[in-house]
Design a protein around this ligand. Structure first.
Ligand SMILES: [Zn+2]
Ligand SMILES: [Zn+2]
Length: 170
């Protein structure tokens, strides 16, 4: 099949690869002018919630101009002013979905397409996430590098290059 959006490896995937592939599948639903990100919340080897980035429910989509920070990046330095962005990040959306529908996030593992940002990292720790795997790296704000690394250590954040590549996710 030439139009198969997912390039599958020939062997049965390892668990990490499987969950990261699901994260990339979630990222395809992202509605944000920024990088398309997907996240999967796993507990006892089961997916309990998924998330992708975009504007909050009921508000105009980011791709339709719903977020000023995303629409006019020239006014905001890359990696800064996340508090001025109304798009909800994938990891945050996964946590909020779990909370909304009553699934405990304590002791969960997160698989995400991208290294978590400063803000999501704080939230993941407070939600009881014990491990994070991510496929793509990201450069944090150098002014808060030490704090950022402390958050990543607490989450045992680990870079896992995945062999899955899904078209339309960048
Ligand atoms: Zn956006
Ligand atoms: Zn984030």
């Amino acid at each position: 099949m030439t139009d198969d959006p997912i390039t599958l490896p020939e062997r049965v995937p390892e668990r990490d690869d499987y969950y990261l592939a699901l994260a990339f599948a979630a990222a395809r639903r992202a509605n944000c002018r920024g990088r398309k990100v997907g996240a999967i919340l796993v507990k006892a080897d089961r997916v309990i919630a998924t998330g992708y980035n975009g504007t909050p429910e009921g508000l105009p989509n980011c791709l339709d101009g719903g977020c000023l920070r995303c629409a006019d990046r020239s006014r905001f330095a890359s990696g800064t002013d996340y508090d001025l962005c109304i798009c909800v990040h994938a990891e945050s959306n996964a946590l909020l979905t779990a909370g909304r529908f009553g699934a405990s996030t304590d002791g969960t593992t997160v698989y995400t397409t991208d290294q978590p940002c400063f803000s999501c990292s704080k939230e993941l720790i407070q939600a009881g996430v014990v491990k994070v795997y991510y496929a793509r790296t990201w450069a944090p704000d150098p002014r808060v590098l030490d704090d950022y690394h402390r958050l990543q250590e607490r989450l045992m954040a680990e870079h896992v290059p995945t062999e899955y590549q899904i078209t339309g996710v960048h």
